[in-house]
Design a protein around this ligand. Sequence first.
Ligand code: LIP
Length: 285
Amino acid sequence: MRSTRRGAMGGVTPDRDPAGSIELARFAVELATGAAAEVRRALAALSGGDMRTDAKSTATDLVTATDRASEQWLVERILTARPGDGVLGEEGADRAGSSGVRWVLDPIDGTVNFVLGLPAYAVSVAAEVDGIVVAGAVCNVASGELFRARLGGGAYLYDQPLTGPRSVPLSRAVIGTGFGYDASRRARQIAVVAELLPQVADIRRIGAASLDLCSVAAGRLDGYFEAGLNPWDYAAGALVAAEAGCVVTGLRGREPSTVMTVAAGTSCATELTTLLEVLGADDVL
Ligand code: LIP
């Protein structure tokens, strides 16, 4: 999954859009906003009743019936409209497809926030063509905010172009991060944050990587990094950040990946990645 800094507002027309990214971007928005409405409906139907949860990789890695229903809703819509496409979803959907297009889905990113009623959880939908993310949409279910991007076509909050964070050095930057569901990994991750904190303005832990990445694109965070993310956590958000002109990368010259995903404004990106390398932030898994 590759993502580079673009920010070019492309005048791409269908005949110059071989990847069909215009249509994929339109459908990604339809899917993300539609599934978000389904999640809101499910929440309303619960009407304050206790939300049943199951544990996945660890006791703190939660899944609800709504996560599963949201993914099923997304997969059904995709296979009805585009039967040849592939799908990769957090809750188990895994289909190769034959069209060269694959949808990478997080039906509820920030599930723990969803369970607690903390309004920072989102439906994240990305479309890959031959392994490259060409379109993405992230819909914050609680606020309804829609972040969207197309490769070479820029990034938007609704229809408002996004241009990334303000220009500050790392010492004045507010940096987002996150922690895994495994306690020993969290111990290693917090050790990195303990070293980092005195060298930045402050740290934020929002709890949903897709929204963290979109927050950098919108200038609500100056940077973000996290080790141990799954492709469905960062696929769409990384494109939104890259198309907003942010640096989106891994460490040591690598691509963003499960090992490490970093997004930051150009003014502090090099300082941030250099410091994270020194601190071994990509050596916590
Ligand atoms: C979450 C990520 C978050 C990370 C959590 C979890 P989920 O995804 O969005 O950044 O810190 O540990 O992985 O499990 O809510 O889809």
